[in-house]
Design a protein. Structure first.
Length: 260
């Protein structure tokens, strides 16, 4: 760590577009969307990051961050050696009200802050410890990423056609393998069945639509392959613990909160 650089600092940015490229950061990265939602990818998984969740990413881990709608980012970078190295490459976790307010407060200390400001150093150390404790409980709203070309084609087709009720036979045909081979690929690479992947993909897409747009619940249900609003409501509540309406209202309240 260079002496004339701060050990940790916050940065606040607004994005309307974001280049979909893989990159690494030389510092440990606390990624948080104050409004809107990021989609975060690492080698083995991908997540949706609305204001209810944050990502704790170790230094030098390749990531790809994309957006579907405008996002404001309030995030923190921690220099190597300034905090204990995270025991994982990437961990997504539910953000607490305290951590959220501390992240907002941290935005007053940017990259140009006084590196000798001990009060700021203590604040960032406390924030890192709080987020470390929160990250001990992992977020389950993730989708696997494929390694084989066959499974990559299968996952992409499933996600792109979820509204049309795809079947496993046509997915296997697109992947150019037998149904038996594709089922084995799912088990080996995702540790779930194709049907489980489809259901999880539908729920995460629904969360994204409800979080970043003005899509109505019935429109979200149809866009994710549900012909019955009651079936969609039940599936969404089983996955998230709340109804689609409750989720959207809670998200919108957070999105309207003030960012310093």
């Amino acid at each position: 760590m260079v002496n004339n650089q701060p050990s940790a600092y916050g940065f606040h940015q607004a994005f309307t577009t974001l280049e979909a490229s893989w990159r690494t950061f030389p510092s440990h990265y606390l990624l948080y969307a104050a409004t809107g939602a990021f989609r975060l990818e690492v080698a083995h998984a991908q997540w949706l990051l609305p204001p209810q969740r944050a990502a704790w990413i170790a230094a030098d881990v390749p990531i790809r961050v994309t957006i579907q709608a405008p996002v404001t980012c309030s995030s923190v970078l921690f220099a190597k050696g300034s905090i204990p190295t995270p025991p994982f490459d990437c961990r997504v976790f539910a953000i607490s009200p305290l951590a959220r307010e501390m992240i907002h407060y941290a935005m007053r200390w940017g990259a140009d802050r006084d590196p000798q400001d001990k009060s700021a150093d203590r604040f960032f150390l406390t924030l890192a410890e709080i987020c470390r404790e929160l990250a001990a409980t992992t977020d389950q709203f993730w989708l696997p990423r494929a390694h084989s070309d066959e499974l990559k084609r299968a996952l992409a087709y499933t996600v792109d056609h979820m509204a049309a009720e795809p079947n496993f036979a046509e997915v296997a045909d697109i992947a150019a393998v037998s149904e038996r081979t594709l089922a084995r690929r799912f088990a080996e690479e995702t540790h779930m069945t194709w049907r489980q992947f489809l259901q999880r993909a539908r729920m995460i897409r629904a969360m994204e639509l409800l979080a970043v747009g003005n899509t109505k619940v019935i429109e979200t249900a149809l866009a994710t392959g549900f012909s019955s609003i009651s079936a969609f409501n039940n599936a969404f509540k089983n996955f998230t613990g709340e109804t689609p309406t409750q989720y959207r209202q809670r998200f919108q309240r957070k999105g309207e909160s003030r960012v310093e």
